[in-house]
Design a protein around this ligand. Structure first.
Ligand code: ADP
Length: 756
């Protein structure tokens, strides 16, 4: 617009300058036209005609030229005019445009202002965003959790710093498909999982572990934009090692307690606060007797066998103690098992998680235990009674052992002083023999009792006539009894009473009863011995009219160490083993023994029954021992007294004797003396009796030597060992003279040698 005005001004100036030659004003135009129009007046003929012609020519052409110029001028003017008009209209347009522009400018200005405000707002928001970003970065950075944001295109968008460590992701992975990532976990179906989360808009969880055994919980959340679109997923990897290990520990402890519960023999049951059964171990199921019990009320199961009002009250009572029941005793009748005594114990188990308390109830069947306790209490009573009796017995024993010693010593002294007084010596001998017999009997009984209690007595049964055995006993004891002023009356059957019995043991039984009868009766009384055959049994009765037995004592007199009245004068009472032996020996024969008495002071009667033998055939036994011929005998015993006394005795009955006190001497003596019989003690220091026997047996010069073992022990095992070592006979100490004689008599004669 400014340029336009400048051009107008310049053109005006140029037009002013050209006024001298051409003018555009209408006045000047008129002048020029007139000039150009052909002049009628002739030019003076003063000038050459040619010249004039030329001039006329020039003039005409100038006129023409001017004419065209004028025409051009006019055309130009015309144009100028129209141009001017155009300019004017253009000017007007410009003016209106200008006005429009003005308005537009104003609008722009207001828009600009608005933009400024928006700009400011954007700047604020930008600041906010930066802060938000910082917040987020800090939060995610300090959260010790590996998180990934994955776009809907399944490409990694973002991750937290921890993810770098846990998941091996780095900045280079951003924008990469997550399927291409090298996960430390087995996540082959991750794409499907993410797609599922996007589709269902549900959080999905799963547990994964890496090669090092670290456990993570992977939670996949849908990524929700502010306009509630799902634009991918967020993966959160939470380390759950601690949870896992506590879970493992919990599982282990649960397994452990379960195993304990199952292993326990006692029935166990878990109840809730309403006494509903939550679980029970095998042992409980066994006693519950089938049927569903879980969820049932404890007192309703098993046909209400646990429905005890007191038990229910205690179980439901609210008390602060943990122990709800302690040894609650419940008696039940159980089919096929009778009356059972059950002990119930219950304990509360507090649970933190669900608040409700549980109860562990254990049931122990103590029926057997109670019975055992009762029994063992009874046993203890019996044992302490036995112990008391044993103590008493020992006192009696020492008394009994010492008793015969005084008369023995006195008799020895009498023998020494008697000199030639035969009657006196004879009397001393009798006393000594009696006392010795008493001691021997005592020791024999003791040994027998000890063997009996160990079950080591064995019977040597043979077919015998019991009447004959009893007759021998009567013959042997009648003199002694009459010496003490008692009469032995025998009523023995005339026909034989044939039994399969050990004659020695049967003799022992009857002698014991006879001697008791004598012991517990006064002088001048009679003792009766009878036999009879009754109902397939041989019956022996020993009756006296002595002190009798109180009725309450009758059942106990056969017990071991059981003298009826311990306060009795000890000289009268015995050790209380005789009747025990009697009963055991009779029972071993398949028989029985019983005592009867009308009471204290009214005498006693003992009845022995042994079964008669099926057939009545009796073997013939030699009655009297024939004295043997004189022999060369070697006696070996480490006790000088025993060796010497046995040797002396053997010499007195007519034998030639050598004595040795150890194995070496024995073998030397045998080599030189050539004995026919050797008595060898078994328990010798150094070389024992068995060894000596073996060596002697190897000596060809002693082929006919008869070897007799002398031992304190007489079990079958001892006899077997002796036999194996080469002994011909085994005798138990002490060997009484009669046995010695019979043993010698039994020795077979050697076969006659070629020389003889
Ligand atoms: P003891 O060695 O005491 O005689 P026993 O076992 O032979 O032992 O007898 C046990 C107890 O029985 C005796 O202490 C005695 O009190 C009683 N007794 C045994 N036989 C008779 C009897 N014939 N008359 C009265 N009491 C007897």
């Amino acid at each position: 617009l400014v340029l336009f005005e400048d051009a107008k001004l310049r053109r005006a100036a140029e037009a002013k300058a050209a006024t001298s030659t051409a003018t555009s004003s209408p006045a000047r135009k008129g002048w020029l036209r007139r000039w150009l129009e052909p002049q009628g007046a002739p030019i003076p003929e003063a000038a050459d005609d040619a010249e004039v012609a030329r001039l006329r020519q020039d003039l005409a052409s100038t006129r023409e030229y001017l004419q065209s110029v004028i025409e051009q001028q006019e055309a130009a003017n015309e144009e100028l005019r129209s141009a001017s008009e155009e300019i004017l209209s253009a000017n007007e347009e410009l003016q209106s445009t200008n006005e429009e522009l003005e308005t537009a400018k104003e609008e722009l200005q207001s828009t600009n202002e608005e933009l400024n405000t928006i700009n400011e707002q954007l700047q604020h928001r930008n600041l906010d965003l930066t802060r938000l970003n910082d917040d987020m970065t800090n939060l995610l950075g300090s959260a010790n959790v590996a998180m990934l944001s994955v776009g809907i295109d399944l490409r990694l968008r973002r991750f937290t710093p921890v993810a770098t460590r846990v998941l091996n992701v780095g900045p280079a992975d951003i924008g990469e498909p997550i399927s291409r990532m090298r996960w430390p976990f087995d996540l082959r179906d991750l794409d499907a999982l993410l797609a599922e989360v996007v589709e269902t808009v549900q959080v999905r969880e799963r547990e994964v572990h890496d090669a090092a055994g670290h456990w993570y919980e992977l939670r996949v959340h849908p990524y929700r934009t502010s306009d509630n679109r799902i634009d991918g997923t967020v993966l959160v990897f939470q380390n759950i090692d601690a949870i896992k290990s506590s879970e493992v520990a919990m599982r282990e402890s649960r397994d452990f307690s379960q195993a304990v519960v199952e292993t326990v023999r006692d029935p166990l049951i878990i109840l809730d606060a309403e006494l509903r059964v939550l679980g029970a171990n095998r042992a409980f199921h066994q006693i519950a007797g089938g049927g569903e019990i879980v969820k049932q009320r404890f007192y309703e199961i098993g046909d209400g066998r646990w429905n005890d009002p007191e038990l229910r009250r205690l179980l439901t009572e609210q008390r602060p103690e943990q122990d709800v029941l302690i040894d609650f005793e419940l008696r039940q009748e159980i089919e096929g098992q009778g009356s059972r005594v059950l002990l119930l114990n219950a304990r509360r188990i507090a649970r933190r998680d669900r608040g409700r308390e549980l109860m562990l109830l254990s049931i122990s069947d103590v029926t057997v235990r109670n019975q055992l306790a009762l029994e063992s209490r009874r046993h203890i009573d019996v044992l302490s009674e036995a112990d008391r009796r044993k103590t008493e017995f020992l006192a009696t024993l020492s008394h009994e052992l010492r008793n015969p010693l005084a008369p023995l010593r006195h008799s020895l002294e009498i023998l020494r002083l008697a000199g030639g007084d035969h009657a006196m010596a004879e009397h001393a001998h009798e006393v000594m023999e009696r006392q010795l017999q008493q001691i021997t009997r005592l020791v024999d009984d003791l040994l027998d009792v000890s063997r009996l209690t160990q079950g080591r007595i064995e019977l040597r049964r043979e077919r015998i006539d019991l009447t004959e055995t009893l007759r021998q006993i009567v013959d042997a004891h009648r003199p002694t009894l009459s010496a003490s002023g008692q009469e032995l009356v025998d009523r023995l059957t005339t026909e034989p009473l044939v039994v399969d019995a050990d004659p020695v043991r049967m003799t022992q039984v009857v002698e014991n009863l006879l001697l008791n009868a004598a012991k517990y009766s006064a002088r001048g009384t009679r003792i009766e011995l009878e036999t009879e055959s009754e109902g397939g049994d041989a019956v022996i009765r020993v009756r006296d009219s002595g002190i009798g037995i109180a009725p309450e004592m009758l059942p106990r007199i056969f017990d071991l160490f059981m003298p009826v009245d311990p306060t009795l004068d000890r000289t009268g009472a015995g050790l209380g083993i005789g009747l025990t032996l009697v009963r055991s020996l009779v029972q071993m024969h398949g028989g029985s023994v019983e005592a009867q008495s009308a009471g204290v002071g009214r005498g006693s009667e003992f009845t022995v029954r042994v079964p008669l033998a099926p057939s009545a055939h009796v073997e013939v036994r030699p009655k009297r021992i024939a004295p043997g011929r004189p022999r060369r005998i070697l006696v070996v015993d480490d006790s000088a007294d025993q060796a010497e006394s046995l040797g002396l005795l053997l010499e007195l009955i007519g034998n030639e004797v050598r004595v040795a006190q150890n194995g070496v001497d024995a073998i030397a003596a045998a080599a030189e003396f050539h004995p026919e019989v050797a008595f060898l003690d078994i328990g010798l220091p150094g070389m024992d009796g068995y060894e000596i026997a073996r060596r002697l047996r190897q000596d060809a010069g002693l082929a006919n030597l008869f070897l007799i073992a002398l031992s304190g022990y007489g079990t079958d095992e001892d006899r077997r060992r002796a036999r194996e070592a080469g002994f011909d006979l085994h005798l138990t100490k002490p060997v009484l003279p009669d046995r010695l004689r019979s043993a010698l008599a039994e020795i077979p004669e050697p076969p006659p040698t070629a020389e003889a």
